[in-house]
Design a protein around this ligand. Structure first.
Ligand code: PMP
Length: 418
């Protein structure tokens, strides 16, 4: 690439940006799990818009439905007007996702980011319960707006905001004190003690698998206990499925095989199917007590996103074929990562297609990602110290492309660990 390709970004764009520091190329095209650089290089994408591209880049069916919508003058931005695009998405969501799972929820469209869905969830829990406190977990990630940021456990993300909003109690996630300490029991004890000051939470917000927190999957048993604790103490259970949902763990919801029954579920990232901005929460009909304007946002009616979101549901979730394929690919990914980890005395972790390898330190993990990029693989780190090399490829990645990317990873670990 020429210097001119990226020079404008240094001159005109805020230096707050981060991904372009790790991957300083000009990208021009993308299809499924491959991204093309302006210089003709073809990169394998193990980042997938941080799980917002579960169905890959530019799915042909989503693309053509979107083009049809645009050429027929379908609405673009509809605030919360009734539109055909929204109607068709809601009908698909009801028929393909809710009914077969016996789930009775209403969908509230929030502003377009995950953080906005989290804000809506926490506000609704306060309104429903008349309580203030929210319990979140160590290393959880819920976004960077002030309320969501306060619930976020990673201090790196919180740094710039100084003291975050109060009213959040950060409890220990599963395994935080090692395998022998039951952190759910600790939370129950604290919530049972009026002297703790956190005895009446409005909600407990939790990820079934922590994405930014380092691909840490809570055990089914721990998650069930957390749900029971929420019920016992009159708090709503919010499952943040923004990163782990939409098939990432092998099922549409990250918690469905565990049998959880959350009060509120957050959706963003891959819900729109094609990387268009869209976020929502699922709420119980009896909790649908908002008055108009209590939680709105101009961009809660992105009709282009409704079109591609509907196609995603119809194409991938009408039967269990896709789910089975994702689970198979997830098992394959697990065994290859396990081998990479074993080669160097490291550990692999995660669930479904949401997995990583603990490289032992942030420096090593960064060196591995840099080495991967030299060999045309786009991959990033996560975890409390950025020590986890994180695989979040599209769920639709072809098996050969997945293996080609994993070969690059395997070599990069070998190079860095010597
Ligand atoms: N919750 C989770 C679990 C996330 O992974 C993220 C994004 N990484 C968010 C919330 C925030 O989403 P957004 O960046 O769209 O605000």
């Amino acid at each position: 690439q020429t210097a001119g390709d990226t020079e404008i970004f240094d001159r005109v764009e805020s230096q707050v940006r981060s991904y372009s520091r790790s991957f300083p190329r000009l990208f021009t095209k993308a299809r499924n799990a491959k991204i093309h650089g302006a210089d003709g290089t073809e990169y394998i994408d193990f980042l997938a818009g941080c799980s917002s591209l579960n169905y890959g880049h530019n799915d042909p069916d989503m693309k053509s439905a979107l083009i049809d919508h645009i050429t027929s003058d379908g609405l673009t931005q509809g605030l919360d007007l009734f539109t055909n695009a929204k109607r068709d998405f809601l009908a698909a969501y009801e028929n393909i996702i809710l009914r077969p799972r016996n789930m009775n929820y209403r969908m509230q469209f929030t502003g377009p980011t995950g953080a906005n869905a989290v804000e809506a969830a926490m506000k609704l829990a306060r309104k429903v319960t008349g309580r203030q406190f929210i319990v979140s977990f160590t290393n959880g990630y819920h976004g960077v707006s002030l309320g969501a940021l306060a619930a976020t456990g990673n201090s790196g993300h919180r740094g710039a905001a100084g003291v975050t909003l109060s009213g959040i109690h950060r409890a220990a996630y599963d395994g935080y004190f090692g395998p022998d300490v039951d952190t759910a029991e600790m939370l129950d004890t604290q919530l049972s003690d009026p002297g703790s000051g956190i005895d009446a939470p409005a909600a407990i917000i939790v990820e079934a698998v922590q994405g930014e927190g380092g691909l840490k999957a809570a055990s089914a048993d721990w998650l069930r206990k957390v749900q029971a604790i929420a019920r016992k103490h009159g708090a709503l259970l919010i499952i943040d499925d923004i990163q782990a949902g939409c098939g990432r763990t092998g099922t549409f919801f990250s918690f469905e095989e565990i049998g959880l029954d959350p009060d509120i579920i957050t959706h963003a990232k891959s819900i729109s199917g094609m990387g268009l901005p869209m976020a929502a929460i699922l709420i119980r009909p009896e909790h649908d007590i908002w008055k108009p304007a209590e939680h709105n946002g101009t961009f809660r009616g992105n009709n282009h996103a409704f079109v591609t979101a509907r196609v995603a549901l119809e194409k991938f979730w009408k039967n269990d074929r896709f789910e089975k394929a994702v689970k198979e690919k997830g098992d394959h990914l697990a065994s290859r990562l396990e081998k990479i980890a074993q080669n160097h005395g490291l550990s692999a972790r995660g669930r479904g297609m949401m997995r990583g390898v603990n490289a032992g330190s942030g420096e090593r993990a960064e060196a591995i990602c840099k080495e991967c990029f030299k060999h045309d693989l786009i991959i990033e780190t996560s975890g409390p110290h950025d020590e986890i090399v994180k695989v979040l490829c599209p769920l639709t990645i072809e098996k050969e492309v997945l293996d080609a990317g994993l070969d690059v990873m395997e070599n990069a670990f070998a190079t860095v660990f010597g």
